[in-house]
Write a protein that binds this ligand. Structure first.
Ligand code: NAD
Length: 459
């Protein structure tokens, strides 16, 4: 587990240790030992699996591509987590993401454990046939450890329904007669995917923010008054004032979050900036988000990068440097690209008073501490971006039952599930001393610890 996550897990365990209602059957020495056992269990993955996929490329060369599947913890159910195709994938990164999945599933009461996969490639540099072979080989190399009741992968950065369809197809060939539909989630709908899965993460990210600001925060006047110099004005005045927003990342998560914010009737959102791997686009009067979504889908997933491309798409915006999105003078910054985007060297430039983590780990530990000490509200990844895994769970269930829900049913079930979590952690946050991230961790670690204890794993 990376330093930041593990220090919050340790702090959460300390907080639980001081809470007499937690594991009350255990007395002094035994209780201490149980907590020591918890630290070692939660701070290490159950297994780290690495292979070098041998791929005969279309150009005639044979290459060996590093690939990972990390299985962090399965006390709550089969391992679950995406497969990332990106050139920066490493064992540490995949392990960090796998441990976050364990905590995320525990927090939202999803009956899965935490896993994650990765392949060290830039998928844009490969032919479709090469990618197809990479997907098949990934399944072949890890076929012993994945499966509908063992470890269920899903898409992540650089992968989507096409890759999941290919992988499930290969799994079905290797394991004929198995319950192959449940082996991968995030598949296309025609291939057993769930309606609403593609949009689930972005919709959930926006719903988390909206629920906190609109549905919940107005009942917290006292808390807000005590913090009038920071967040209170933004939150309280939102009914008659624009809430300016910048969004880093305009892929699956960022673009859907942007669309949800754009069409929201509850808050006066004005999205003044969006960014991707190439540029930041800015318009102080608010960007035309539906037009940008259309332009990116016509442009291989990338935002327009210059005046000509903007004019061709009839979009008014100023083109800025990619990282300018982080330092704009906005109320809300949504981080929906990659990890470690706000770090100790640029945290001083961040002006937003609310940060929403659509991506996993986009704020480093040091930056998180600095921002939290300044009173910036950070809505953490494990709370905000769980929509994807929640709907993946529904997809897995639908595949088992071969009964499929309507899109409306999926969205309602997703939001109901997320609301249950919000109604647990938000009152603790508004009523207590910890940052929201730590409240979420305490809740997740408490659930994991109780189950570990009751299954006899702590002694
Ligand atoms: P994606 O590949 O669809 O989109 C990534 C976006 O980030 C693209 O617009 C890309 O251009 C942009 N980007 C890449 N590098 C950047 C940089 N340095 N600066 C600014 N933008 C940059 O990926 P996604 O599925 O939208 O995932 C985004 C994040 O959300 C990841 O951290 C992922 O782990 C997390 N996440 C995704 C899901 C899901 O269901 N897709 C679920 C939970 C968490």
């Amino acid at each position: 587990m990376p330093e930041h996550t593990s220090s919050i897990v340790n702090d959460s365990l300390d907080a639980l240790y001081d809470d007499g209602s937690f594991l009350p059957d255990l007395k002094d020495g035994t209780r201490k030992k149980a907590f020591t056992s918890l630290v070692s269990i939660l701070s290490t993955p159950n297994s780290v699996n690495k292979s070098f996929l041998r791929i005969a490329l279309e150009n005639g060369k044979v290459v060996r591509i590093p690939a990972f599947r990390v299985q962090h913890n399965n006390i709550l159910g089969p391992y679950k987590g995406g497969i990332r195709f990106h050139e920066s994938v490493s064992e540490d990164e995949v392990t960090n993401l796998a441990s976050l999945m364990t905590l995320k599933n525990a927090l939202h009461q999803v009956p899965f454990g935490g896993g994650k996969g990765g392949v060290v490639i830039n998928p844009r540099e490969y032919e479709d046939k090469d990618l197809h072979l990479i997907c098949k080989k990934y399944v072949q190399y890890f076929s012993e450890i994945i499966g509908p009741d063992k470890d269920i992968p899903a898409p992540d950065v650089g992968t989507g329904d096409r890759e999941m369809d290919w992988m499930m197809g290969e799994y079905k060939s290797i394991r004929p007669g198995s319950n192959y539909r449940g082996s991968f989630t995030g598949k296309s709908v025609i291939n057993g995917g769930s309606l609403g899965r593609r949009e689930a993460t972005g919709k959930g990210v926006y719903f988390t923010f909206r629920y906190m600001l609109h549905d919940f925060v107005n009942g917290q006047q006292k808390w807000l008054e005590e913090r009038e110099n920071i967040f209170a004005k933004t939150a309280l005045d939102h009914s008659d004032k624009d809430l300016t927003m910048a969004i880093q990342g305009f892929g699956n998560v960022g673009s859907v979050t942007a669309l949800e914010a754009h069409k929201c009737n509850y808050l006066n959102n004005k999205i003044v900036a969006v960014s991707d791997r190439n540029v930041t686009l800015y318009n102080s009067d608010g960007l035309d988000i539906p037009a940008l979504v259309k332009a990116t889908s016509n442009h291989n997933g990338d935002l327009p990068v210059n005046e000509d491309e903007l004019a061709a798409a009839d979009i008014k915006a100023k083109v800025m440097d990619r990282d300018d999105v982080l330092s704009l003078n906005v109320d809300v910054l949504v981080l929906a690209a990659l990890e470690d985007q706000v770090h100790k060297d640029n945290v001083g430039d961040v002006k937003a008073r609310i940060i929403v983590e659509g991506a996993n780990s986009p704020v480093t530990g040091k930056a998180d501490k600095i921002l939290s000490d300044q009173g910036v509200i950070i809505i953490p990844d494990i709370l905000a971006n769980a929509g994807g895994v929640i709907v993946s769970y529904f997809e897995w269930l639908q595949g088992r039952e071969t009964q499929f829900y309507t899109e409306e049913q999926v969205i309602t079930k997703q939001f109901d599930k997320m609301k249950e979590t919000f109604d647990t952690v938000l009152p603790q946050f508004f009523g207590g001393p910890h940052p929201l991230r730590q409240n979420c961790y305490i809740h997740a670690v408490s659930k994991l610890s109780t189950v570990l204890y009751r299954q006899g794993k702590l002694y």
